[in-house]
Design a protein around this ligand. Sequence first.
Ligand SMILES: C[S@@+](CC[C@H](N)C(=O)[O-])C[C@H]1O[C@@H](n2cnc3c(N)ncnc32)[C@H](O)[C@@H]1O
Length: 244
Amino acid sequence: MYDETDAERYDEDNADVSTEEVLAPMLDVLAELAGDGPALEFASGTGRVAVPLAARGVKVEGIELSPHMTAKLHQKVPTESIPVVEGDMATATAPHVGEYSVVFLVFNTISNLRTQAEQVECFRNAARHLRPGGHFVIELWVPQLHRMAPGMRLAPMHFDEGHLVFDTYDVATQQCASHHYRPAADGSTRYGVGRFRYAWPAECDLMAQLAGLQLESRWADWDRSPFTGDSPSHVSIWRKAERQ
Ligand SMILES: C[S@@+](CC[C@H](N)C(=O)[O-])C[C@H]1O[C@@H](n2cnc3c(N)ncnc32)[C@H](O)[C@@H]1O
């Protein structure tokens, strides 16, 4: 789904979440969990996180579906410094299976797996890659159903001059579509839609449990602020037992 054009635009479209200031608290957490590594990023994309994490001295590897996104990553660093396996994070195998100190999956990307079965497999695949005592970290939005007026299936999510976002929900199937509108200087509007399966934090815990992982921390953000009923997203960390 992330084709050559998406890969070309990705860094520019996400410049606001790629600054040193925004990334620093995330990198602090991941570097701490990685310790002497190695670390594995599921859905490593163009290296928004993997590249600065590796720059901190962490040995980082990736699994990524889109060769176009990986090609962009490898324009920034040599292939051998952040090796990426092309494949599905629910099933693909990275070279150091069973040895990673941390597996991380950020930017809501578990939702790109559109069925519960695939999401369960993703948790299992993360657990399989971890060494005993290792951690699986996800960053995921909390479904914003409470922001919709009664009877509505649509919620405005973001508005600024250059970017307008509406989400539509199907509560029967836990599917969400995120509609992005970006006005261009010539008066035209670029439209893109992302389709996701949403999962509540409690469902994530159950998927983790099925994979042999136990919840260790849940925060509202990378700054480790408390997760509450009002938090629009969460950072969750599960631990693989020392002995299975
Ligand atoms: C929103 S981007 C996140 C990239 C990067 N993690 C970041 O934080 O910038 C989502 C990425 O997930 C990848 N992706 C989607 N489904 C995937 C899957 N099943 N397995 C591996 N990668 C996947 C896409 O190709 C894309 O690179």
